[in-house]
Design a protein around this ligand. Structure first.
Ligand SMILES: *Cc1c(COP(=O)(O)O)cnc(C)c1O
Length: 282
């Protein structure tokens, strides 16, 4: 069997891959006139082994993303249980939103030490009948793309008297068969979310079409950023409309250069998926 570049990368220790991604994200942040801590790398665990997730937490990582509900629930439960065994105090989940873009959600410990809590991000397509379960574990839903879904979220948070932070997913490239609301509909959906009690609309999420050359995604990300600024400057969200989630393994540096402050990186951290491991969305 020939050894491909990807296989070689897979053999590289996780800690080194992780540090390299963090360095690349930090450099892109600086290139775009921001500080490294202004950009959050969400580690997307859909093809990660449980051991890899635990290792990343030991390295001090806090933000994790899943695109499938069932796996999100399983992994959040597994990690909660594991964190609970590794600390004197039982793990309490980080409250929604508040701590995104503030300093680390705890005080005192040196960067890189093990957090006592993690944040789960729901990044995949969400069906209305799964909203309740997702909101039990996730702090930020990146994938709200319809009013009906938004209303389902609202119903649940009002009943429970909890808050939910959401992003509007926009299909900026206008790709067929992709989730996300159309560009002209995004402002209206954001405005409707903004009127909902206990729902905080925090920003936009976009996915660029896959290309071999990340430069080709630049206009897509630039368009997403324009739309983000347009909505933000319309004054909704009371200053909390401040998250632009875009960029994945293949294009996260370009996304940061174009203004992303959350990137969602899976395979570049955890390795390529195993052949035949085809995760369905939903
Ligand atoms: C899988 C996934 C990612 C991460 O993709 P990689 O190419 O593995 O980095 C990011 N965002 C969403 C919505 C995903 O489903």
């Amino acid at each position: 069997m020939t050894t491909t570049l990807e296989q070689t990368k897979r053999d590289e220790p996780l800690s080194e891959r992780y540090e390299r991604i963090k360095d690349r994200a930090a450099e892109a942040a600086i290139r775009s006139g921001r500080r490294p801590e202004d950009v959050i790398v969400v580690a997307v665990t859909k093809h990660a082994e449980p051991d890899q997730i635990r290792e990343l937490i030991r390295l001090g990582h806090i933000d994790f993303g899943e695109n499938r509900v069932q796996q999100l629930l399983q992994r959040a439960a597994m990690i909660d249980e594991w964190l609970g065994r590794h600390q004197a105090m039982p793990s309490a989940r980080i409250p929604a939103g508040e701590t995104l873009f503030s300093e680390r959600p705890r005080g005192g410990e040196p960067a890189g030490s093990m957090p006592d809590r993690v944040r789960w991000h729901m990044i995949g397509h969400l069906q209305r009948n799964k909203v309740r379960k997702v909101l039990e574990v996730s702090r930020l839903i990146h994938s709200v793309d319809s009013l009906r879904l938004a209303e389902e979220i609202q119903q649940f948070v009002v009943k429970r008297d909890v808050e939910a932070d959401v992003l509007v997913q926009v299909n900026v490239a206008g790709e067929e068969q992709k989730y996300g609301c159309a560009v002209p509909a995004a402002m209206h959906l954001a405005e409707q979310l903004d009127t909902m009690i206990n729902v905080r609309v925090r920003g936009l999420m976009a996915i660029a079409p896959f290309t071999e050359d990340p430069e080709q995604t630049r206009p897509i990300f630039a368009r997403a950023r324009e739309l983000f600024e347009e909505i933000r400057d319309s004054g909704l969200g009371e200053g909390a409309f401040n998250i632009l989630s875009m960029g994945m393994s293949g294009d996260f540096e370009v996304a940061i250069e174009e203004g992303a402050n959350i990137v969602r990186v899976g395979s570049s951290i955890f390795g390529e998926r195993e052949p035949g491991d085809e995760g369905a969305e939903g």
